[in-house]
Design a protein around this ligand. Structure first.
Ligand code: PLP
Length: 370
């Protein structure tokens, strides 16, 4: 089976983790590797502070928590995203309001955004889906006009840019994931980035059980969202190869695009003229002209030893969000369609041209009913 994703981990990572273990950096409270990883990554993105967390999910949770929303206050969130984005709002007792997707970029619809703002709206969490950035210049102008905070969900967009500027450098905070299938990985891990000194301090407090002085007397309820030292060591090793991973992703997408360009009924992933897409996953849509449905295509690919995965089930359809007090019904026809017709193909940086050719050949033949 060609897996949807396979991490690229080698001797560099193994050595870095081993050395961190030998230095005793097994927890999140000791050693210098965590601050080194935070500094390297924030320099890359162009933001002042980085606070490493135990996952992308906990990074988002801590970021929303640092904004201190009140129960029932609303946060606008891309409809098409991983559930972690909405969970950060839910567990902070806020209400997720789903924003439908744009036809062109599959990201949240910036023409629709303003019409969804109410007096209860406090912030926006845009997601740079599958590595294609949101037009953050436009989004920040809308947020600033209405006095809303912005937390960028960059779990899938390490290195993606908007008019040359890095995703993760626009909002008050941005959250990255270093899960196994992300552009760089620490196994499990995440980071919140911010230029705001006060928010950075708050995030560090929340991450570490909100310990202050005197120790063991707590002013606020914190979390244990600490990354471990050996994970940070792996992060640094992966970070030293980040440009290679990004180039490899872009090569993968160009190669897929070349082989799939003339397959009827396959819509290729977007890249707007102002954007650099890092193609976290190579995602396509199956249109009616294709010879069979998306589900049939996935089934036949699987029979041929090719793993694939559907797009996300949109936030407007999530049962526990719909059951929440204050839930707002917002139609999301585009996100609904993406969920039904989208899939991503194997997207590992280790893929060879032969494998991509093999996969595309199967997609073509399945579309022709062969
Ligand atoms: C858009 C998005 N946000 C958040 C997350 C959560 O990150 P993690 O798996 O590190 O908790 C993911 C992926 O896993 C994601 O794709």
């Amino acid at each position: 089976m060609i897996p949807v994703f396979e991490p690229d981990i080698g001797d560099l990572e193994i050595q870095a983790v081993t050395e961190a273990l030998r230095r005793g950096e097994i927890s999140g409270s000791f050693g210098s590797t965590i601050p080194k990883f935070e500094e390297a990554f924030t320099t890359f993105v162009g933001v002042k502070h980085g606070v490493a967390m135990s996952s992308g999910t906990t990074a988002l949770h801590a970021a929303v928590s640092a904004m201190e929303i009140q129960p029932g206050e609303e946060v606008l969130v891309s409809a098409s995203t991983n559930i972690a984005t909405a969970l950060a709002v839910y567990h902070n007792r806020g209400v997720t309001v789903a924003v439908d997707s744009e036809v062109q970029t599959w990201n949240l619809n910036l023409d629709q955004l303003e019409s969804l703002i109410t007096p209860r709206t406090k912030g926006i969490i845009p997601v740079h889906l599958y590595g294609h950035p949101v037009d953050m210049d436009r989004l920040m102008a809308i947020a600033d006009k209405h006095g809303l905070w912005v937390i960028e969900d960059c779990a899938e967009s390490h290195g993606a840019t908007v008019r040359g500027r890095m995703t993760g450098s626009f909002g008050q905070m941005s959250c990255f994931s270093f899960y196994a299938n992300k552009i760089i990985t620490t196994g499990e891990g995440g980071m919140v980035l911010t230029n705001d000194d006060r928010l950075a301090e708050r995030l560090r407090l929340l991450r570490n059980l909100a310990f202050t002085k005197p120790r063991f007397r707590h002013e606020v309820p914190g979390y244990n969202f600490r990354m471990t030292g050996y994970q940070a060591a792996m992060g640094l090793a992966q970070f030293s190869r980040i440009e290679h991973f990004i180039e490899r992703k872009r090569w993968m997408a160009q190669t897929y695009n070349r082989y799939l360009a003339d397959v009827p009924g396959v819509q290729l992933p977007p890249e707007m003229p102002w954007a650099k897409n890092v193609y976290w996953m190579y995602a396509i849509l199956v249109k009616p002209e294709f010879g069979c449905s998306r589900d049939q295509l996935m089934e036949k690919l699987s029979q041929a030893g090719i793993e694939s995965r559907t797009f996300f089930c949109p936030m407007n359809q999530q049962p526990f969000l719909r059951a929440q007090a204050g839930f707002r019904e917002v139609p999301c026809p585009v996100a609904d369609r993406l969920w039904l017709t989208g899939l991503y193909l194997p997207s590992s940086c280790l893929l060879t041209e032969e494998q991509i050719h093999f996969i595309c050949d199967h997609v073509r033949r399945i579309g022709q009913g062969k």
